[in-house]
Design a protein around this ligand. Structure first.
Ligand SMILES: C[S@@+](CC[C@H](N)C(=O)[O-])C[C@H]1O[C@@H](n2cnc3c(N)ncnc32)[C@H](O)[C@@H]1O
Length: 203
C-alpha cells in the first residue's frame, strides 16, 4: 500500500486517536502564540489531514486553505468543515504532491507533514514562491528521533529533523528572522517525542 493509500484508509478514524488530537492542539496553540495571526490573513495549511489544525485556526484568520495529497483526508476535512460551518477551500496536491499550492498567502502553516516530504529544501523554496512579500511560515514537526515514532515507515522520509538543519534550509530558501522552539511533546509506547515549531519571515 502506498503512503497516500495508507492516509486515505486512516482518514475516517484519524481523529479517534487522542494522541493525534492533543498533538494538533499543542501545535495550534504554539502557532497562535508565535505566528502573529490576524483576521485579514490568507493562510495555507500544507498537509492539512483531517483539519485538526486547519479548523482550529479558521476562526482566527481571514481564510485558511487546506492542501493534502490524500483524497481520504480531504474528504474528511470537507465533511468536518461543512458540519462546523467553516469555509475551507481545499487543494488536492496529487499523489506526488506536486500540484499548484495556490496563493499567494500571508502565512503557510504545516503540522507533522514535513517528514513525509523527501526534498524539504525544495518544499521550502516552493513555500517562498507562494507567499506574499514579508509572508511567514510556521512549521511543526518532530525533532530528530530514533525511527521508533512510526510503526509503518511507508512514506516516512525523515526520522524527525535537526533544528539547525531546518534553520539552514529556511535561510537558503530566502527566509529570515528564523526561530525554532519546542511546540509540544507527544507520547507513544511510554516514549516521549518533542515537536518543534519553526517560524520565519520571507526576506
Ligand atoms: C501525520 S498527518 C498530519 C495531518 C495534520 N496536519 C495534523 O496535524 O493532524 C500528515 C498529512 O500529510 C499528508 N501528506 C503526506 N505527504 C504529503 C506531501 N508530499 N504533500 C502534502 N501532504 C502530504 C498526508 O496525507 C497527511 O494528511
Amino acid at each position: 500500500m502506498s503512503a497516500t493509500e495508507r492516509f486515505d484508509k486512516a482518514a475516517p478514524t484519524w481523529d479517534l486517536v487522542d494522541r493525534r488530537v492533543l498533538l494538533a492542539r499543542g501545535v495550534t496553540e504554539a502557532i497562535i502564540a508565535r505566528a502573529s495571526l490576524s483576521n485579514d490573513q490568507e493562510v495555507l495549511d500544507f498537509g492539512c489531514g483531517t483539519g485538526l489544525v486547519t479548523l482550529a485556526l479558521g476562526p482566527v484568520v481571514g481564510s485558511i486553505t487546506g492542501a493534502d495529497t490524500s483524497t481520504g483526508m480531504l474528504e474528511t476535512i470537507a465533511e468536518k468543515a461543512r458540519s462546523q460551518g467553516i469555509a475551507v477551500p481545499l487543494r488536492h496536491l496529487g499523489a506526488d504532491g506536486s500540484a499548484d499550492l495556490g496563493g499567494p498567502y500571508d502565512l503557510i502553516v504545516s503540522s507533522m507533514t514535513l517528514h513525509h516530504v523527501a526534498d524539504v529544501p525544495a518544499l521550502f523554496r516552493r513555500f517562498a514562491q507562494h507567499l506574499r512579500p514579508g509572508g511567514r511560515v510556521a512549521l511543526a514537526d518532530l525533532d530528530a528521533e530514533d525511527g521508533t515514532f512510526h510503526e509503518d515507515a511507508t512514506g516516512v522520509h525523515h526520522n524527525g529533523f535537526s533544528r539547525d538543519q531546518v534553520k539552514d534550509w529556511l535561510e537558503v530558501a530566502g527566509f529570515a528572522k528564523i526561530e525554532v522552539e519546542t511546540a509540544t511533546t507527544t507520547s507513544k509506547e511510554a516514549k516521549v517525542y518533542s515537536v518543534f515549531l519553526a517560524t520565519a519571515t520571507l526576506s
